[in-house]
Design a protein around this ligand. Structure first.
Ligand code: DX5
Ligand code: ZN
Length: 228
């Protein structure tokens, strides 16, 4: 694993594509990852349903790498701090679901987690610009949230370029994450647009050797990524 904060790119496999009843063994297959991406879905904010804090607490206790929790849930004000309290290194909630994203990010940071904010493909990023320093990560969804195995949406790339330009202008260290349809075929264009943190579900857990897939994705992304 690359140490936290080291310049470069991060590959965060999504356990949505893992075998849920063999989670401990699945986690052991991705120890070359930077973080494990944990998709929490509530069947309200998105049509799908995964798991909640009890399961994430066990993943936290078992995982060889830190947790990157992605909350696709309504009312993150009520639930997000609990994930930070159970020890997740990073907690990302959706701006569309939050009553006050800046206040919630401050609460997450106060607990000791990295605070992330996510935007769906149709949500503009400009309103986040003036608050960029309040977040440790912005997640630009590259598919509609809810399901793994969907096709990457290249039309989301201008949002990433705009965020990268704004981050550069401000000298911000914010991480720019992409999630959905990231594979050996698509990762280079996301890196070129400014992403530095890559979620990959099927491309990692669908591979015969997940650690080799992680290493290959990291090399493809690093090749195209221009450090800020
Ligand atoms: C989708 C989830 C993603 C998903 C990505 O709503 O947020 O994290 O697991 O899966 P792939 O990489 O298969 O598109
Ligand atoms: Zn996700």
């Amino acid at each position: 694993m690359q140490p936290d904060g080291e310049p470069g790119v991060r590959i965060n496999p999504s356990i949505l594509a893992a075998d849920f009843v063999n989670m401990q063994a699945e986690l052991a297959r991705i120890d070359a990852a930077d973080f494990v991406h944990v998709d929490v879905m509530d069947n309200h904010f998105v049509p799908n349903l995964t798991f909640g804090p009890q399961m994430v607490e066990r993943i936290q206790a078992t995982s060889p790498v830190p947790l990157d929790v992605h909350l696709m849930i309504d009312d993150p004000e009520r639930w997000a701090p609990g994930y930070a309290e159970l020890g997740a290194a990073s907690v990302t909630f959706h701006v569309e679901a939050s009553a006050d994203p800046v206040a919630l990010a401050r609460r997450l940071r106060a607990i000791g987690a990295r605070a992330g904010v996510a935007v769906k493909p149709g949500t503009p990023v400009e309103p986040l610009f003036e608050h960029l320093d309040e977040f440790d990560q912005v997640l630009v969804m590259t598919v509609e949230p809810g399901f793994g195995g969907q096709s990457f949406m290249p039309e989301t790339m201008p949002k990433l370029s705009a965020l990268a330009a704004e981050a550069r202008r401000r000298g911000s260290a914010v991480w720019l994450q992409v999630d959905g349809g990231i594979s050996a075929e698509t990762i280079a264009q996301a890196a070129e647009a400014g992403a530095d943190t890559f979620v990959a579900g099927s491309a990692v857990f669908g591979a015969d050797d997940p650690d080799a897939a992680i290493t290959a994705l990291r090399a493809l992304a690093a090749h195209r990524h221009a450090p800020r």
